[in-house]
Design a protein around this ligand. Structure first.
Ligand code: PMV
Length: 344
């Protein structure tokens, strides 16, 4: 008879890179040119439910109540891979056994998805987690599925400081993430996210990366430096040396956006508010006599600030005097999301 459907719900957090992943050496498998490093921000998460029905039907994905296009999407890529694996597995059991699997996903995030806050990382890591639980996949398969959906999702599988190794094996099975340090190693670390623009990003990271790989001459130099920079950040993290870590975080963000500007036509992710935040952070650190806060920007204008707990209130007092806040105006900071890295 027909198999019963299976359901799984998980909660998976976002991560924000300290050394960015930018550039693929394999487009279809999302294999990066460089190692990357991130901090997982546990309090911003996706709560995702996956239902698997063993019947023929249309796959569906709903995020915060809104139905998503599945055909031709990254979701479909993940679903097709699972069907392919199951077909292969079943072929060994019953000859010509057709696999009828239908996927139904509903996901809720506790932050605005449109803000481009690495929501896809949390979402795809959650889907991969559910798929592993339901189908009994190995950890390596789970990583592969997360990565297939969104490269950076592979890092959300772990908490704390996480490194994604680009991998050297021809079959890419060693292009996986690993935890460098648990968040408990540095409990006073905090992240503030300044939502500058809730709008959709101008170019997807996939299109942007491809354009950079094809046109930037600076990218090669960036790729050469990533491993050394990751080692420096890990050493600073190990010693809880905030200023050494912060310096490297800001350098990587600026280097990444320099490479974006070196892309033709240029990828201009930062806007005037982003640049004001960059200046503000440097002024604050200067005023303070040491580097106590760091900024980093992904492929969009929103800032993630890293700092220690005892700096949060003073910086907020300082920043709110300097920055204007508005409901929806594009040129002002809309919202500050403040978060501990680990609340569990
Ligand atoms: O995972 P993707 O394909 O959305 O790419 C992420 C790219 C950056 O956010 C800019 C950098 C990173 O390492 O997360």
């Amino acid at each position: 008879g027909r198999r019963e459907s299976r359901v799984c719900t998980v909660r998976v957090p976002i991560n924000i890179a300290l050394v960015k992943y930018w550039g693929k050496r394999d487009q279809t498998q999302n294999i990066p040119l460089n190692d990357s490093l991130s901090l997982t921000i546990n309090s911003l998460h996706a709560r995702t439910t996956l239902r698997v029905n063993y019947e023929i039907g249309t796959d569906s994905v709903k995020i915060n109540g809104k139905s998503q296009t599945v055909t031709g999407s990254r979701y479909q890529r993940v679903f097709e891979e699972v069907r392919r694996w199951e077909r292969k597995r079943k072929a060994g059991e019953v000859a010509e056994h057709p696999v009828s699997i239908q996927f139904e996903i509903t996901s809720e995030t506790n932050f605005p998805v449109s803000a481009g806050l690495a929501s896809s990382a949390a979402g795809f890591a959650a889907i991969a987690e559910c798929l592993q639980k339901i189908f009994g996949f190995t950890d390596s398969q789970k990583s592969q599925l997360a990565r297939l959906g969104s490269g950076s999702a592979i890092r959300s599988i772990f908490g704390g400081l996480v490194r994604w190794r680009r991998g050297t094996q021809p079959n890419y099975e060693d292009s996986i993430a690993e935890q460098s340090f648990p968040s408990t190693h540095w409990p006073s670390l905090r992240a503030l996210i300044l939502v500058v623009d809730e709008g959709r990003k101008e170019y997807s990271s996939t299109d942007g990366m491809q354009r950079t790989v094809e046109t930037s001459t600076l990218l090669e130099r960036r790729i050469e430096c990533c491993d050394v920079n990751i080692d420096k950040i890990c050493a600073a993290f190990s010693n809880r040396d905030f200023s050494a870590m912060a310096d490297m975080i800001m350098r990587d963000s600026n280097n990444f956006h320099a490479v974006c500007m070196d892309t033709s036509p240029p990828l201009m992710y930062l806007n005037d508010v982003s640049r004001t935040i960059i200046r503000l952070v440097h002024v604050y650190n200067e005023k303070n006599g040491s580097t106590v806060i760091a900024y980093t920007f992904d492929a969009g204008p929103n800032a993630t600030l890293y700092l220690e707990e005892d700096t949060v209130q003073d910086f907020l007092d300082f920043a709110t005097k300097q920055l204007r806040f508005a409901e929806s105006a594009q040129t002002e900071v809309e919202e500050i999301l403040g978060h501990k890295l680990d609340e569990s």
